[in-house]
Design a protein around this ligand. Structure first.
Ligand code: ADP
Ligand code: 5GP
Length: 209
């Protein structure tokens, strides 16, 4: 079977619960997945640590990384840069881990273009009211930032048809299990296992009954 890991993109409106889902997925299936840590120019929220949630950096350093090809994708979201460092993704895929990029829609499309085998998942809330309540209830953003993110959610909706699956984050447990099963099913796709199928074919051809 295919031993190399696969690349997965997880997107969703701010406050949908992506971070919460990622944490739980990694807790349950820690050996299987690697979560890419992005670089960003936004400031850390209370409790966030450099090198854990993000690599927090300034604009100049971020632009240097773009120039030297250190990011496999990048985008500007609500006035801040976000991007995926290349080295970690490459090394984890080679080690057989399934690598998850929790990124927004513009970055997702860049990844799909560069790596067409990527599985694209979009997490949606059960309703817009619940989305707003979660974003507000998290208590980490000002009213102004919440309004900008809700507005951006309206724009992001137009990108959902580019994704392979949507996942409704109503019950966290159900959502995490659905995500795990979608990813694992993708790994069994015949097209991803061509070498293995060829080896069976060739062994069958060499039989002499
Ligand atoms: P995102 O990473 O998508 O911006 P978070 O993971 O920070 O969102 O979640 C936003 C808020 O919603 C948090 O306070 C989190 O605890 C809560 N939350 C996440 N998933 C659920 C869920 N399934 N049910 C209820 N609350 C949830
Ligand atoms: P937040 O500031 O809430 O952590 O993230 C804001 C948005 O940026 C979210 O939609 C998140 O998925 C996205 N994001 C985080 N890291 C990256 C990245 O490396 N690239 C891109 N394109 N988006 C990212």
């Amino acid at each position: 079977m295919n031993q190399k890991g696969i690349l997965i993109v997880v997107s969703g409106f701010a406050g949908t619960g992506k971070g919460t889902i990622m944490k739980e997925l990694l807790r349950r299936y820690s050996g299987q997945y690697a979560l890419s840590i992005s670089m960003t120019t936004r400031s850390p929220r209370p409790g966030e640590q450099d090198g854990v949630e993000y690599f927090f950096t300034d604009r100049e350093t971020f632009e240097h990384e773009i120039a030297v090809g250190g990011l496999i994708e990048h985008a500007c979201y609500c006035d801040h840069y976000y991007g995926t460092p290349r080295a970690y993704v490459d090394s984890q895929l080679l080690m057989g881990k399934d690598v998850i990029l929790e990124i927004e829609v513009q970055g997702a499309l860049q990844i799909k273009e560069k790596f067409p085998d990527t599985v694209l998942l979009f997490v949606v809330p059960p309703s817009v009211q619940i989305l707003y309540d979660r974003l507000k209830g998290r208590g980490t953003e000002s009213g102004e930032v919440i309004a900008a993110r809700m507005k951006r959610a309206g724009e992001e909706c137009a990108y959902i048809p580019h994704y392979d699956y949507i996942l409704v984050n109503d019950d966290l447990d159900v959502c995490v299990e659905q995500m795990h099963h979608i990813i694992q099913s993708q790994k069994l796709a015949a097209a991803r296992n061509a070498t293995f199928i060829e080896s069976i074919y060739s062994d069958l051809q060499s039989l002499s009954f």
